[in-house]
Design a protein around this ligand. Structure first.
Ligand code: 0RA
Length: 638
């Protein structure tokens, strides 16, 4: 028989212990990404008060210490009256119990439930070493302080106060988060996004670390946002005219788009003001509407240049910059990071609204429409031409290609992309151990000897004159820059194997910069990885152990006999390790851990790389590595 809950059990279930026990279940992760989710959460609550019509200003302050944030709004103030049944102020219930927010979100209010945001301020409270809520309403100022989600004292009435609003100051708990230092630039960028999506709201960002105050207010809203994204894309537009449409009844919808000469498409989608990084039904409805509207325009206007040309959806969307913001009463989110909208009806709703308006816009703006169709025809022709060129090259070079491989490459036997791996290794001695330790059936090794050029901001021809980079491109088989073609790729995984020190980070950064600038799709399609050689060497008598991180080191040390005298040293470099150890710790797919390098979006990545240069290399590396880990099972313990 199933256990029956008692009243006491239910109270326990609603408390915040589960949040502190399994933080990742509530905020996705406890790394920098999870840390910043706390800010988004509190900001979302303040913005909700704006969406409900009661606030027009949100002030976000990053404190001087860098590990605490205050979010202030000028809304009604969170209610502080006693809950009749629970005999505790509404504020306290909201901040100390899970899901109690739903009670406040009835009627016309939008609630962000379901996503990573919308987990509730109580989750932020639970994960903060200290949180202070200051409420101004009904002529008074109230305050309550919490530590790790527990009130330090009852709610206090501080005194009379004219005005209303809510201030939440919180400092994340450093025993939960891997880092508690907020990244001002990340916060600024997020707030800037929000200020475009919520055009009637003024968001102020005060960075007390630098003394800077930034007022973000974009009354131009989504059309202004589109203009900014097009400008960021740094490519000419196909036509001056941009498409914009808004629906204010039912689910609020705003969509804007413009074609550029870029070869990528850029889509930004939002649900209830929250970015949906992984898209979803609303975004696919939007993309489908664009494709169908164009096809219909081409069909009804009998455009000659398209005769006999097979135009794909990708041709149509090539170079499009699009922004979509929708408000959904009961959003459902899906995916590993809950960043994809999953409401099935949204596809048809967006399509049904955007398609006819876009068709009408095209018909009313014939000169823009003709320029756009011209652009699409070129995209289709270019695709067909490059496909022919590739098969031509393939036919010719099946034999000759191997001849041009760099001499220092130790190639592998298989040509199967699902299995093959290329390790890029710094230095000859490490290259030697890697060559010995690898499984030559599917693992290739390319040692780099000379200096690697910093590809940031340098002409492509100059970059390719660099011997090491040219060798790398030859080994990969893809070409680079304009000549890049993923079909030539000779290895499924490209793995950077560098020392875990500042030099190693620096070389990794240079290589990643190069790959990002000139072989972008290699990263975007998930082919690039970073190997993780151990961080510590532990000698006990005749035995040597290798630990991949601090926790692993502690695990090994605690497993030793009590009277043993371990000698722990930081791992000095790959050259120090012999081939069997390198194999066991770093090369063998059964025991190693790889970091996958990924790009969140074209624009973000672009900004990231530019900013990275000129700063401390170790720091830079970390920033790029906002990565997902392909961990062995035992490491998936959070
Ligand atoms: C529930 C009811 C009322 C206000 C709020 C919640 C509220 C929540 C947050 C979170 C951040 N800022 C906020 N401001 C207000 C209004 C109750 C009333 O006055 O009738």
């Amino acid at each position: 028989m199933a256990n029956r809950y008692t009243a006491a059990d239910i109270t326990v279930l609603e408390g915040l212990e589960p949040v502190r026990k399994r933080p990742s279940m509530y905020i996705g992760s406890t790394d920098a990404k999870g840390l910043h989710h706390l800010v988004w959460e509190i900001v979302d609550n303040a913005v909700d008060e704006h969406l409900n019509g009661f606030a027009d200003s949100v002030i976000v302050t990053l404190h001087k210490s860098g590990d605490a944030v205050t979010v202030q709004d000028n809304g009604r103030g969170i209610p502080v009256d006693m809950h009749p049944k629970h005999k505790r102020p509404a504020l306290e219930l909201l901040l100390t119990t899970l899901h109690s927010g739903a009670k406040f979100g009835e009627g016309d209010n939008y609630i962000h439930s379901g996503g990573l945001h919308g987990v509730g301020s109580s989750v932020v409270n639970a994960l903060s070493k200290q949180l202070t809520a200051t409420i101004r309403r009904d002529g008074y100022e109230y305050q309550q302080v919490y530590r790790k989600g527990i009130p330090v004292a009852p709610l206090k009435k501080l005194g009379q106060f004219r005005g209303h609003g809510t201030l939440i100051t919180f400092a994340p708990d450093d025993t939960i988060f891997k880092t508690t230092q907020f990244d001002a630039e990340q916060i600024r960028a997020h707030l800037e996004d929000m200020s475009y999506i919520h055009s009637g709201l003024t968001i102020v960002f005060k960075n007390e670390k630098t003394g800077e105050t930034l007022e973000l207010s974009h009354p131009g809203g989504i059309p202004e946002f589109l203009g900014k994204l097009v400008k960021d894309a740094d490519k000419p537009t196909v036509s001056d005219a941009a498409f914009y449409v808004a629906r204010t009844t039912g689910e609020k919808i705003e969509a804007a788009l413009q074609w550029t000469e870029a070869t990528e498409e850029v889509f930004r989608s939002y649900v209830n003001g929250i970015r949906t990084l992984a898209g979803g039904t609303h975004e696919s409805g939007f993309k489908g509407a664009i494709v169908k509207a164009i096809r219909n325009y081409i069909a009804t206007h009998e455009i000659k240049a398209t005769k006999g040309l097979d135009i794909t959806a990708e041709d149509i969307r090539e170079g499009v910059v699009g922004v979509l913001s929708v408000f959904v009463r009961e959003p459902m989110f899906q995916g590993q990071t809950k960043e994809r909208l999953n409401n099935p009806e949204m596809n048809a709703i967006i399509d049904g609204f955007v398609r006819p308006t876009l068709e009408a816009w095209l018909s009313n703006n014939m000169s823009a429409a003709d320029q756009i169709v011209g652009r699409i025809v070129l995209a289709a022709r270019a695709r067909l031409a490059s496909r022919e060129a590739v098969s031509e090259v393939k036919r010719k070079s099946a034999g000759s290609k191997r001849l041009s491989l760099p001499g220092k490459l130790a190639d592998c036997k298989t040509g199967d992309l699902n299995k093959s791996e290329l390790f890029i290794v710094e230095g000859d001695s490490a290259g030697g151990s890697a060559k010995q330790g690898r499984d030559n059936r599917f693992q290739a090794v390319l040692p780099l000897r000379g200096k690697i050029l910093n590809a940031e901001g340098i002409a492509f021809s100059t970059v390719m004159a660099n011997r090491e980079l040219a060798d790398l491109v030859n080994a990969l088989g893809t070409g680079a820059g304009d000549k890049f073609n993923i079909n030539g790729l000779r290895y499924g995984k490209i793995i950077l194997l560098m020392d875990a020190d500042a030099d190693g980070y620096h070389i990794s950064t240079l290589l990643l910069t190069f790959l990002f600038r000139h072989l972008t799709d290699l990263i975007r399609k998930g082919h690039v990885y970073i190997a993780q050689p151990p961080l510590y060497r532990i000698d006990v008598g005749k035995e040597t152990f290798w630990a991949r991180d601090d926790r692993h080191k502690e695990e090994i040390l605690s497993g030793l006999r009590a009277n043993s005298k371990p000698d722990v040293s930081r791992f000095k470099g790959l050259g120090e390790m012999d081939a069997p150890v390198l194999k066991a710790t770093t090369l063998d797919p059964r025991t190693r851990t790889l970091l996958k390098v990924n790009i969140e979006s074209n624009l973000d990545a672009d900004r990231t790389f530019v900013e990275l240069l000129g700063k401390d290399p170790a720091h830079r590396f970390k920033f790029i590595m906002e990565s997902s880990t392909l961990a062995v099972a035992e490491e998936l313990d959070i």
